[in-house]
Design a protein around this ligand. Sequence first.
Ligand SMILES: [Mg+2]
Length: 291
Amino acid sequence: MVGFTQAIHRGLTADHGGSVDFVPRVVAHMDLDAFFAAVEVRDDPALAGRPLVIGGDPAGRGVVSTASYEARRFGIRSAMPAAEARRRCPEAIFLRPDMPRYRERSRQVWSLVRAEVPVLEQVGIDEGYIDLYRAVWTSGGARRFLARLQQTVRKETGLDASFGCGTCKTVAKIASDADKPQGVVVVPAGGEAAFLAPRPLRALPGIGPVTGERLARAGLATIGDLAVLDDDALADLLPAAHGVELRARACDWTTTPSGPCSPPRTAWSCVTAHADGTRARWTRRRAPRCR
Ligand SMILES: [Mg+2]
């Protein structure tokens, strides 16, 4: 019997022997690293290694769009007032965003991804989900496939990307942020709750500043803290529907809704590869619903 984890990591071929009667969805999230700043550095290598802030006017009410990793060492973050960024690092270089140029670079990256993965869902100029169901079967597993894609993007565009991979979009997104920059983090099927539990609550999509603050005041720090809340404690903290959905994301990935970047939910999910390698029996079973 080949387990879920091995199926994801190695892909599956008949000569593995044994059988798999269920293969989970495999979705990856790609996030370009410090994208606006990275484009500026690529186009002007003299900026490399300098603290770089892309955003509004630091003399006015501008906010930071993107900070290079060198600028982040000074505590500069996206959405921070640019004036605050300048206080933290007066020697930082401040540039206004050049969206047409960023969009052009983004198109180059996504056309490279699209050449490798037919099913994808771009959700921002520098991020999106890619369906790896086919890739794990044909390219020796998700990790190898993503590492190769990461190299291709770097070689062709000079830009770095981080990837997270798992059985659902929530896990994939959090995983892509777990080892930035240039990360490739694959969360095996069945390992979702263990991966999520120690992460800070704010990493969970749907927890904004207000909700995050309310949960922090109640002593909750990690996704795992939210996952183990009982119904009464949850109802005390958050409006019912919102709380239930967030807790589901934190602990029960199978109940969250399916997103567009999904293979058909009913037709593809099962294959039985027989030990003798002579025939494979394809069956139909409902895949987990997962976001
Ligand atoms: Mg990004």
